[in-house]
Design a protein around this ligand. Structure first.
Ligand code: KG4
Ligand code: ZN
Length: 337
């Protein structure tokens, strides 16, 4: 079964062609970072406008790279939420129009489900149940995945998502958008012990909280600027902030997995979402997996951040279950898993 996947939930326009939810023939992602960079975050109106410009060429390229045409596509998997409503509207509208014109069934997919099922593109033999942590710009959640469609939420962030904290801290430090990759890079040459930042472990809970650490970075950078000559913090201090911030975030995420594995007695852990691309998080999770003897499943970097192959991977199961959207399918900004 060949699926065309489409994701326009945030600031990347993406399309992919996937066989049976596991074999990726193509995956095309058109990033909008260059548009939003100067604002230090995503401007929703600009994001939707760019999706309108890019959806057609991105879909065409994904078909071309997969060496197929729309006639070969068995169903379209489209992300209908959660995300930015204007952005989602573009992908959903496009999928419904193409589906209607080409008599191709359209399957609605939750973006979070896509992140989790991205793992089947590289580990098609992974079996249920497993623990899944989705750490992205919009979400930080921990689930038990019992089977396709059977998800138990253990915890979620009570305020900022981990990626959101990266993006906000990068903005405070004047590092542009998105914050994750640049902080990841600078943290490697900073001193992680330079600043003592709060770690919200929230014991007895699998919830997360990252707004306190962001506020702490803000206050400490203000103090540093006041005491420095010229009123701006120097390059080394910026690197030290990156290293200290990252160490604290990674520590909390790794601890939560350690506790979840111990409490749930599930020895398979899937990490997904943009923050799962973080080099330190990947390393520390691998160390923890070895120490506590659980199996860790990490998607490749390009499958951690938003892509449409993951939407087609999850869409395959919806298609098999007969979950086909009508033309009345409406995107949803808020859509729990
Ligand atoms: O999954 P994703 O592409 O989009 C959402 O669904 O939100 O995640 C984007 C987030 C951004 O906040 C970005 O700063 C973060 O993932 N990110 C990273 C890294 N690469 C991307 N965070 C930490 N380290 C990275 N290397
Ligand atoms: Zn995402």
């Amino acid at each position: 079964m060949l699926s065309l996947g489409i994701d326009t939930s945030c600031d990347d326009t993406s399309a992919a062609v996937v066989i049976d939810g596991t074999k990726m023939l193509s995956s095309v992602v058109s990033s909008q970072s260059f548009i939003h960079k100067k604002y230090g975050g995503i401007v929703p109106e600009l994001a939707s406008r760019r999706h309108i410009e890019m959806i057609m060429p991105v879909v065409q390229e994904s078909l071309l790279l997969a060496n197929v045409t729309l006639k070969d596509i068995d169903f379209i998997s489209v992300c209908y939420g959660p995300g930015l409503i204007g952005s989602l509207l573009v992908g959903c509208g496009f999928a419904k129009a193409v589906g209607f014109a080409g008599r191709i069934p359209v399957v609605p997919v939750n973006h979070l489900e896509g992140h989790i099922f991205s793992i089947f593109l590289e580990y098609s033999d992974l079996d249920f149940p497993f623990l899944a942590m989705v750490v992205s710009g919009g979400h930080t959640c921990l689930y038990i995945i019992k089977d396709f469609g059977q998800y138990i939420e253990l915890g979620r962030t009570r305020d900022d998502a981990a990626g959101e904290a990266y993006d906000k801290v990068a903005k405070i430090l004047g590092l542009g958008y998105p914050g994750g990759p640049v902080i990841d890079k600078l943290a490697k040459v900073g001193n992680s012990k330079a600043f003592n930042l709060p770690r919200a472990y929230l014991p007895e809970s699998f919830d997360f909280s990252f707004s306190g650490i962001k506020t702490a970075v803000k206050l400490k950078t203000q103090q540093e600027s006041l005491s420095s000559t010229g009123g701006t913090i120097n390059a080394q201090i910026t690197k030290d902030f990156c290293a200290s911030f990252q160490a604290a975030v990674v520590d909390v995420l790794v601890r939560k997995i350690e506790w979840a594995v111990a409490k749930q007695s599930i020895r398979k852990v899937v990490l997904s979402g943009g923050v799962a691309a973080n080099s330190e998080l990947r390393e520390k999770m691998k160390e923890m997996a070895e120490e506590k003897e659980f199996k860790l499943y990490l998607p490749s970097i390009s499958l951690c951040t938003d892509n449409a192959a993951m939407i087609a991977a999850a869409g395959y199961h919806h298609f098999l279950s007969g979950n086909i959207a009508s033309l009345g399918l409406n995107p949803k900004a808020y859509l729990p898993l």
